[in-house]
Ligand binder design. Structure first.
Ligand SMILES: [Zn+2]
Length: 236
């Protein structure tokens, strides 16, 4: 009779353990958790893109400043040459020489101006790209935080349920024979979390296979009774 009592408690324990297993499975397989992981990756990627574009834009801006400075100095040089020519007083040979110099400098200035314009274009494109990447990163962060909150709320609920089940389990375990408990835990590890099952209408609740009347008699004479097919502990 004591054995019967102990085995009935074992089914209660199996029930609670299965519920805890389901909760743990739910905890690590939340759709929100998957969404959070994806959003976290997207956020990291968006931040990396933003950092790269910001660095590129900064570098282009510095290069642009340098080129604009050089162009300004160059223009000053051309102005000085032209003023000198305009002021007169040069020999024909020197004046001709300076005119050729100015023509050559102006040609070079034209190339420098093209460079500055190209840099202005690139800089503007990069500024726009940085602005867009900033929006993308902010949106990715918001999405990530939304899922983070969802996960935290779901985990809080699940952890609360697990704590209640654990407390119930704590009350059942002392009622069960230590050897039976050890066998049950070992079976659970190897048989998808099910170590004990009900034998009803000759069918094992663990593997769902049928035991003949003779097999049932044989099984029930064992202590504890165990399914001939799956070796789980059977509770009548
Ligand atoms: Zn079985």
């Amino acid at each position: 009779m004591q054995q019967f009592k102990s085995l009935a408690d074992l089914l209660d324990l199996q029930d609670v353990d299965s519920q805890i297993d389901r909760l743990l499975h739910e905890r690590s397989n939340l759709p929100a958790l998957e969404a959070y992981k994806k959003a976290h990756k997207a956020h990291e990627k968006a931040n990396a893109t933003l950092a790269q574009l910001t660095a590129d834009q900064k570098e282009t801006s510095l290069t642009l400043d340098k080129h604009e400075g050089e162009l300004e100095l160059f223009e000053g040089k051309i102005d000085a040459h032209e003023q000198r020519l305009f002021a007169g007083g040069l020999s024909a040979r020197d004046a001709e020489h300076m005119r050729l110099d100015v023509a050559s400098l102006k040609k070079r200035r034209s190339t420098m101006e093209d460079d500055v314009l190209a840099l202005l274009d690139t800089n503007e494109e990069l500024e726009q790209a940085v602005a867009k990447a900033t929006e993308v990163a902010a949106s990715a962060e918001a999405t990530m935080k939304t899922h983070e909150v969802e996960v935290a709320e779901a985990w809080k609920r699940i952890d609360g349920e697990i704590a209640r089940k654990e407390s119930r389990k704590g009350a059942i375990v002392p009622l069960i024979d230590a050897d039976i408990l050890e066998l049950y835990e070992s079976l659970r590890r190897h048989k998808e979390g099910v170590g004990a099952a009900r034998l009803a209408d000759g069918i094992c609740g663990g593997c769902h296979l049928t035991l003949s009347a003779a097999e049932q008699l044989e099984v029930l004479s064992d202590e504890p009774p165990r399914c001939l097919h799956c070796r789980r502990i059977l509770v009548v």
